[in-house]
Design a protein around this ligand. Structure first.
Ligand code: CAA
Length: 299
């Protein structure tokens, strides 16, 4: 049975936000408002949704008419007050910057309808901290999707220190509406479950590059064939975005105060150089188009 959630607002039309909005409209049939701070970000988000829908249509998983219907359920806007005020569930997928997010939570909280749920797609920032910027921390939880949200079947549901049981249930039920499997993080711990495991593995892969142990293609090939990963760690880093991965490592360093989470100097340097991965056109690989990858020479 579908949950009571029907109207969802997604904050942020970027890599994760557009995909979450699409899943809300496509799999759950929700009425979705997609909000960002600039028209060009919204336009790019809507374009990414169109491109993803076209992929589903091309492989016969969705008919053209249905794809149009999905698109018509996603309403882009720049008006935060209106977008937040009408939502039963707000899913925040803004940039992984604690300062920016805290300010956003304070503003969202001013417009949130009584009893509405505010869920964060943060990968690593404390849900308890984000909730502390709102008037109703009991209505705030983590709802962590994986990239690309249109395909990845998992959502981590995260309980903050003050999250109510009913909020956990709203988020779980919404994830189910979206056709996702859920796991519950009972404690609000940095990186939750998956990123705690993943960040260490990705960091080791970048150290193998900087130590000259192997080339990126061989590292990726080794992990794909040796561990059966669908994508090697360096390609995955390009996919996630090196800046996002670096942000997660920094949160781990701060929160755990343990040097084992120190990001590799190579990743820091690449971020400084704007080599962020797929989104910037180059990271460990050249990204002419999503399906054509070649090892980049300039790391
Ligand atoms: N929308 C719809 N369909 C899509 C799509 C999208 N955005 N992206 C890819 N596809 C489809 C393609 O159409 C293709 O379909 P068919 O096989 O039916 O033709 C299929 O997916 C494979 O796509 P590609 O050929 O482009 O292959 P790819 O390797 O570039 O990407 C992938 C496919 C699903 C991403 C796969 O490689 C994969 O599972 N990679 C690992 C992803 C992963 O680990 N994600 C987690 C990241 S960690 C994270 O997100 C957490 C965090 O906080 C950082």
């Amino acid at each position: 049975m579908a949950s009571e959630t029907r109207r969802v607002t997604v904050l942020g039309a970027g890599l994760m936000g557009h995909g979450i909005a699409q899943v809300c409209a496509q799999a759950a049939g929700y009425d979705v408002t997609l909000i960002d701070v600039k028209q060009e970000f919204l336009d790019r988000g809507m374009l990414m949704i169109r491109e993803s829908l076209a992929k589903f249509v091309a492989k016969g998983a969705l008919d053209k008419g249905k794809a149009e219907e999905v698109l018509s359920r996603v309403h882009p806007t720049l008006d935060l007050a209106e977008a937040v005020g009408r939502a039963q569930l707000v899913i925040e997928a803004a940039t992984e910057d604690p300062k920016l997010k805290l300010e956003l939570y304070r503003r969202v909280s001013e417009h949130l309808a009584p009893g509405a749920t505010l869920a964060s797609n943060t990968s690593s920032i404390s849900i308890t901290l984000l909730a502390s910027a709102t008037r109703s921390p009991e209505n705030v939880a983590g709802m962590h999707f994986f990239n690309p949200p249109q395909l990845m079947p998992l959502v981590e549901v995260v309980r903050g220190a003050k999250t109510a049981d009913s909020t956990v249930e709203v988020v779980r039920a919404a994830a189910k509406d979206m056709g996702k499997e859920t796991v519950l993080c009972k404690k609000d711990s940095p990186g939750f479950i998956v990123n705690r495991v993943l960040v260490q593995a990705l960091n080791e892969a970048t150290l193998l590059v900087s130590e000259g142990v192997a080339d990126p293609e061989d590292i990726d090939k080794a992990v794909m064939l040796g561990l059966n990963w669908p994508m090697g760690p360096l390609k995955l880093l390009d996919y996630i975005g090196l800046d996002t991965a670096l942000g997660i490592s920094k949160v781990f360093m701060d929160e755990f105060e343990d040097s084992k989470y120190r990001p590799s100097p190579l990743v820091k340097q690449m971020v400084r150089a704007g080599l962020l991965g797929r989104k910037s056109g180059r990271g460990f690989y050249e990204w002419g188009s999503p399906s054509s990858t070649k090892a980049s020479s300039g790391r």
